[in-house]
Ligand binder design. Structure first.
Ligand code: AHM
Ligand code: MG
Length: 340
C-alpha cells in the first residue's frame, strides 16, 4: 500500500487504533497527550539560546515567575499533562525518586497504563545548542485497575512494553514511536503546530558503518568493548567505520537507525553497572531498535529480557544494526562477564 506522506500524527493514531489488542482508545489518547506535552517542551527548548536575554534558571522572569531549568520544566510538563487528563494510573520519571500514583479526581482511577519517562535526556547539551530528547515507555499495569499502582507495575521486563518512543528536539522536532507494529517518525511543522508522517516504517539499513561511543572512557572499558572498537577501526573489508558521538542517546540512536550504526555505553570503572537507565532510557530505545530490525544487548543478554529490580536501575547498553551488535557481543563473549 503506498504511504500517504502528508498524513498527520493525529490521523495516523486514529487509523491505527485497531492494531492494539485491547483497544478502547486509551492508548491513543495517551500518545496524543505525549504529543501535546512535547509541543510545549519543544517551544521552551527552542528558546534556550535566548537565556542571556530572557533570564537564567533560578532568576525571576518579567511575569514575576521563576525561570526553570529545562529538564525540570519538561518533567513538570509531561507529568501535568498526563495527570490532568487522567490518562494513566502512574508515572515514573528520571527526575523523580519514587513513582507517582495518579488517583483520579474521584479517587477511582480505572486507567490501565503506566508511563516511564526521561523528560529531557542529554540536557547538558542544551547550553551548546545540540539536540536533546524525551524518551517514553508504556506498559499495562499488572495490579488490578482501580487500586493504587505499585512498584511491580513499573518493574516489568522491556519485552512487555505496549509502546515506546522518543521525541528529538533537533534541527527539526520529531516524534518517533512504535506500538509493536514497526516504527514511524513524524516531523513537527512549527508554523502549523502539526506533526506529519515523514519517516514511515523506519528500519535499520542491512549494513552499518557508524560506531558511537564516548572513546574518552576507553581505558575504563571492558576488554571486549576495547577489542570491538579496534575491530571498527581496522582497515579491512568495509572498515574502518566512521565514529560519530553526539552524547545524546536519542540523537545518536536516531542517526544510526537512519544511516546504520551501533551505539555503545558500556560499564566502566566509574560506572560499574553502566550509566544509562534500564527502565526509561534503554528499554524504550531497545524496543524501537528491535522494531526497526536492529538489536539491543548489554553485551551478554537481550536488554528487553532483563528483569528489573529497581526503578532507577542502570545497565550497559549496546544497540543498533543487528549484525554490528552481534559482532560486539561476540567480542564480549570472549571474556567472562565482570565489572572492569
Ligand atoms: P542524562 O540522563 O544525565 O542526560 O545522561 C544520559 C546521556 C545520554 O543521552 C548520552 O548518550 C550519555 O548520557 C552521554 O554520556 P557521556 O557524556 O558520559 O558520554
Ligand atoms: Mg537521561
Amino acid at each position: 500500500m503506498p504511504v500517504q506522506k502528508n498524513k498527520t500524527l493525529g490521523e495516523f493514531i486514529i487509523e491505527n487504533q485497531s492494531e492494539f489488542q485491547y483497544s478502547s482508545g486509551e492508548l491513543s489518547r495517551l500518545i496524543n497527550s505525549i504529543r501535546l506535552a512535547a509541543k510545549v517542551v519543544n517551544h521552551e527548548v527552542n528558546k534556550a539560546g535566548l537565556v542571556d536575554i530572557i533570564g537564567q534558571a533560578g532568576e525571576v522572569n518579567v511575569q514575576g515567575e521563576d525561570q526553570q531549568k529545562l529538564d525540570v520544566f519538561a518533567n513538570e510538563t509531561f507529568i501535568k499533562t498526563l495527570t490532568n487528563r487522567e490518562i494513566v494510573c502512574g508515572i515514573a520519571s528520571e527526575e523523580e525518586e519514587d513513582f507517582i500514583t495518579i488517583q483520579g479526581r474521584n479517587g477511582q482511577n480505572e486507567n490501565k497504563y503506566v508511563v516511564l519517562i526521561d523528560p529531557l535526556d542529554g540536557s547538558s547539551n542544551i547550553d551548546v545548542n545540540v539536540s536533546v530528547g524525551t524518551i517514553f515507555s508504556i506498559y499495562r499495569r499488572v495490579t488490578p485497575a482501580g487500586t493504587p499502582v505499585s512498584l511491580e507495575d513499573f518493574l516489568q521486563a522491556g519485552n512487555r512494553q505496549v509502546a515506546a518512543g522518543y521525541i528529538i528536539y533537533g534541527t527539526s522536532t520529531m516524534i518517533v514511536y512504535s506500538t509493536g507494529h514497526g516504527v514511524n517518525g513524524f516531523t513537527l511543522n512549527p508554523a502549523l503546530g502539526t506533526y506529519y508522517l515523514s519517516h514511515p516504517n523506519l528500519c535499520f539499513p542491512e549494513k552499518g558503518q557508524i560506531y558511537s561511543v564516548n572513546e574518552g572512557n576507553y581505558v575504563h572499558f571492558p576488554q571486549g568493548i576495547k577489542d570491538y572498537i579496534k575491530y571498527c577501526q581496522k582497515e579491512e573489508e568495509d572498515r574502518p567505520y566512521t565514529s560519530r558521538y553526539i552524547g545524546s542517546l536519542v540523537s545518536d540512536v536516531h542517526r544510526n537507525m537512519i544511516k546504520g550504526g551501533i551505539y555503545i555505553y558500556p560499564n566502566t570503572a566509574r560506572d560499574p553497572r553502566g550509566k544509562l537507565r534500564l527502565l526509561y532510557e534503554c528499554n524504550p530505545m531497545a524496543f524501537l531498535i528491535e522494531q526497526a530490525g536492529g538489536k539491543a544487548s548489554d553485551g551478554y543478554r537481550r536488554i528487553l529480557d532483563i528483569e528489573p529490580t529497581e526503578l532507577h536501575q542502570r545497565t550497559p547498553f549496546i544497540g543498533g544494526s543487528a549484525s554490528m551488535v552481534e559482532k560486539a557481543e561476540s567480542f564480549m563473549g570472549l571474556y567472562p562477564e565482570s565489572t572492569p
